[in-house]
Ligand binder design. Structure first.
Ligand SMILES: NC(=O)c1ccc[n+]([C@@H]2O[C@H](COP(=O)([O-])OP(=O)(O)OC[C@H]3O[C@@H](n4cnc5c(N)ncnc54)[C@H](OP(=O)(O)O)[C@@H]3O)[C@@H](O)[C@H]2O)c1
Length: 238
């Protein structure tokens, strides 16, 4: 699983382990917290791999692990890009991380037999037309590569992923989720249930439940918020 150290990724690792699924969690080799992640992921019950983000190395790792499923749950943020300006490794962008690392993983997945099912965490708002916004463009390109790859895939398109248990402070995201969810709950009461179910935010645990359930089901293709919500535990709480 790529992105195993993220808010969603850790919840998905936990959910898979709870369901007795063997998990190999990828931690990037240049992570400043590799010791912490190795310890924590090991405690949850996952094996940790830190192959470099290189297509050949990743293909070798997948060939050795022979996974039934590959999860791509990674992406950068504007804040991370700003923070990295002072570092030497180059500034991460939506194209270099959200698109290129996912594309590399798709290619690596295509190189093994039998090919794994691929679970890609995209975002609401991605559609068939090419967007101009760099965030959506990266996701649109990754989705297109995945469809073109012929892999059996789930493309998850949730709205905001926000919860009080997110370790990283993202006050704007929290406020947007809170206000948005209130407005959507009201819209739902007035009859716009489709709108509400598509855009209500998810906590990592809710989304993890949906992603794992979808991964282990026969359902494939693009899944908007309302579909994810049907597969999410706790969706009836709102
Ligand atoms: N947040 C939202 O509201 C939202 C909504 C819809 C879709 N999404 C998308 O869903 C995905 C997961 O969201 P999240 O909130 O769980 O993300 P997150 O907590 O920010 O985690 C991001 C993951 O990507 C990895 N990553 C970031 N930069 C990297 C780099 N330079 N090289 C290798 N790995 C890198 C991180 O690894 P490290 O820990 O090593 O940095 C981490 O595992 C993101 O792509 C996001 O765009 C988010």
């Amino acid at each position: 699983m790529a992105g195993a150290t993220g808010y969603t990724g850790r919840a998905v690792v936990g959910e898979l382990c709870r369901r007795q699924v063997e998990v190999v969690a990828h931690v990037r080799p240049d992570s400043k917290e590799i010791g912490r992640w190795t310890r924590e992921l090991d405690e949850i019950g996952a094996a940790v791999d830190s192959s470099p983000w290189d297509e050949e190395a990743m293909a070798d790792t997948l060939a050795a692990v022979a996974p039934s499923h590959v999860f791509s749950l990674l992406g950068t943020t504007r804040a991370r890009a700003r923070a990295a300006r002072s570092e030497t490794d180059g500034v991460p962008t939506y194209d270099s991380i959200d698109y290129r690392l996912t594309a590399l993983l798709i290619n690596a997945a295509c190189s093994i037999h039998p090919p794994p099912r691929f679970i890609y965490l995209s975002a609401t708002g991605v559609s068939s037309s090419r967007p101009r916004n760099p965030y959506y463009l990266a996701r649109w390109k990754a989705e297109r590569d995945l469809v073109d790859s012929g892999l059996r895939a789930v493309i998850a398109r949730p709205g905001l992923i926000a919860g009080g248990d997110r370790e990283e402070s993202r006050p704007m995201e929290q406020v947007a989720a809170l206000l948005g969810d209130r407005a959507l709950a009201m819209a739902g009461r007035l009859g716009a249930r489709g709108l509400r179910d598509r855009y209500l935010s998810f906590t990592a645990d809710e989304l993890a439940w949906a992603l794992v359930s979808l991964a282990l089901s026969d359902k494939g293709g693009a899944c908007e918020g309302e579909v994810l919500r049907r597969y999410a535990r706790g969706s009836d709480r709102r």
